[in-house]
Structures are given as C-alpha cells and as structure tokens.
Design a protein around this ligand. Structure first.
Ligand code: HT9
Ligand code: FE2
Length: 306
C-alpha cells in the first residue's frame, strides 16, 4: 500500500534577491510591481536576509520535523510529506503532481498557519483540491487547528518566557496578540478569521494567566481598499498615550520567522515603540517546535481517518 501523502503548504518566499520580482509578480496575480514597490520589498528583504531566506529555511525544517513526527507516531512509511508553496516553487500544484508521480492515491492537505480565512487557507486548499482532482487523488483537508491544546501550550510557554525578556519592565506589561491583516470585506463575508484569532489569543492568555492583553492587526497591504484595523502602529500609539511602557508582541497568525516578523515587528514596530517610550519584545516563533509538530500530526491523522 502506498503512503498517505501530506501536502504541507506555506506562503513561500524568494530563493534569492534576484527572485523577488518574480515572487512579487506572482503575489500580485501576474501584475509586475512598480520599480518603487520592488525597491521597497527588496530593501525589506535585504534587512532580514543573511544567506538563505528565513522562511525558506524554516519551512524546510518544519516539513522535515513533521515527517519525523509522523514517522514516530504512525510508523515509518505511513505518511509522506510534500511541500506546496503559494507563491514560489515548489508551488502547491508541484507538490500534488509529485505525490501523483509517486503513486499516492490518498492525501491530506494542511497549511502552516493555524487560523482559517477564505482569503488565506481557503485559497491554498482550493488550489490543492483542484490539482488533486486532476490526478485522481482523494484529498482530505485540515481547515484550522487554532485551538489545538499542544499549539496553545507551546504558545503559552513562549508568552511566559517572552515576558522575561522585558526584565524589570515586565510588571504592567501588555501582551499584544497580532496577525496579518486582510481586506475588511471579509467581515461582511462572515469569515471566521478574526474570531479564530481572538479564540487563539484568549486561550493563550488564559493558559498563561495574562490579565492585560489586546489583539491588533499588522502588515496590511496597500490596495486602495480598507484593510482590517487597528494596525499595530496605531495600537502602539494609543497604548503609549495611555501610559503603557512595555509590550510583548505575540504574532499568533504566523508560525515562522519571516519578513512580517523579522521586519514588520522586530525592526519597524520596535523602532516605532521605542520612539513612543515603549519597551517592545516579541515571543519566539514556533518554527519546528515539537509541540507544534504534534498539533499538526494530530490534525493530519484526524483528517486522514475521517
Ligand atoms: C493572511 C496572510 C498571511 C498569513 C497566513 C499565511 O501564512 O498564509 C500572509 C503571510 C505572509 N505574507 C508574506 C509576504 C507577502 N504578503 C504580501 C501581500 C499580501 N499578504 C496577504 C495575506 C496574508 N499573508 C494579502 C491579502 C496580501 C495582498 C496581496 C494578495 O491579495 O495576495 C506581500 C506583498 C507586498 C506587501 O504587501 O508587503 C508579501 C511580500 C509572507 C512571506 C514572508 C517572507 O517571505 O519572509 C507570509 C508568511
Ligand atoms: Fe502576506
């Protein structure tokens, strides 16, 4: 019997600085960015990239760790992982085609972000489903795992440890949960994304015994249409006015170190906060954390057995 395929999907990142234009063009549905937009994105990557792009390295590590965890828990050979990226090679379709070439008949699709939105995870799953149908692969789908106890516990530990980074400023600190903004029209579409993010945040705050916390959006796009707010910079501004001196950011919609974390939070938000007199620190990302791998493994097994 051939293995059950596991399509592990992630956003994707360029392979090198030369690849930023093609990547950005793919994100923009085939419309190349203006030279200014390209320069802006390239300079943000330059600020965070040493050798390998961090998201590429982290996704690779996550998929390796997930394969190991699946082998340990279900027996070697039962599951076989394939990467499928939204905006870079190997694309989602490449991952499904690779499974088909290996004779996979049954597979599970999962995305490396815990909460569902029709505009994020829904899009990944749709592409996976369409490609699987072409190859005659039966595909089960994991939509979200935003309250999995191992995910919450892993994040609880990171929040608890993160507060220590604030040192003497820990007393009176506020925990600021955050996630990638989306166009505000998702609210009328009754999309579960905002609510799932609040559920994840509340579960972590309860587990960690956090009294002072808020949720905010980050990394909104510039599309001329409204995006969900308030943005983290507005939130930090309001907190500074209210006298908050220390903030621990917990970006619970992301699982890896990448641009939105290493640039938007660690460089941009941190500098903005400092200018307002706020000591800002961030929780460590999950990356290939073993409890995160357990949460993924459980979700995959559950979907496969349905
Ligand atoms: C919901 C969501 C997640 C979280 C869920 C998930 O992980 O899927 C996410 C993650 C990520 N987004 C990323 C990068 C970018 N996203 C952009 C643009 C956009 N993101 C959107 C949404 C999301 N994005 C949307 C609606 C757009 C507008 C264009 C469109 O309608 O699609 C742009 C264009 C320029 C800019 O706006 O800055 C870039 C460079 C990276 C990779 C970082 C790296 O390479 O290290 C990651 C993990
Ligand atoms: Fe994005």
């Amino acid at each position: 019997m051939s293995a059950i395929g596991v399509l592990v999907m992630s956003y994707g990142t360029p392979e090198s600085l030369d690849g930023v234009e093609a990547y950005y063009t793919h994100i923009r549905h085939g419309h190349p960015p203006t030279p200014e937009q390209l320069e802006d994105l390239t300079s943000r990557y330059q600020a965070i990239v040493g050798g390998v792009f961090p998201l590429r390295e982290n996704t690779n590590r996550q998929v390796e760790a997930l394969q190991r965890t699946l082998d340990e828990r279900a027996g070697a050979g039962r599951y076989r992982c394939y990467q499928g990226l939204k905006h870079a090679a190997p694309f989602i379709e490449d991952g499904v085609a690779a499974m088909a070439a290996d004779g996979v008949k049954e597979a599970v699709a999962i995305v490396l972000t815990p909460q569902f939105s029709s505009m994020s995870v829904g899009g990944y799953l749709k592409r996976a489903r369409e490609e699987a149908r072409k190859h005659g692969i039966r595909l089960a789908e994991v939509e979200s795992y935003h309250l999995h106890p191992e995910l919450i516990d892993a994040l609880n530990k990171r929040v608890t440890n993160g507060l220590e980074k604030l040192g003497d400023d820990k007393e009176g600190a506020l925990v600021l949960f955050s996630a990638h903004s989306l166009p505000a029209k998702i609210v009328e579409m009754k999309d579960p994304y905002p609510e799932q993010l609040l559920e994840t945040s509340k579960a972590i705050a309860d587990a960690a015994g956090i009294g002072r916390w808020q949720f905010t959006w980050q990394s909104a796009g510039q599309t001329g249409t409204p995006w969900l707010g308030p943005d983290i910079l507005e939130t930090l501004d309001a907190l500074a006015r209210e006298g908050t001196k220390a903030v621990l950011v917990a970006p619970v919609g992301f699982v890896s170190d990448h641009l939105e974390v290493l640039y938007d939070l660690d460089i941009e938000a941190k500098k903005f906060a400092a200018e307002k007199g706020i000591h800002l620190e961030r929780i460590d990302m999950l990356n290939d954390d073993s409890q995160y791998m357990n949460a993924l493994t459980d979700s995959i097994a559950h979907a496969a057995n349905k």
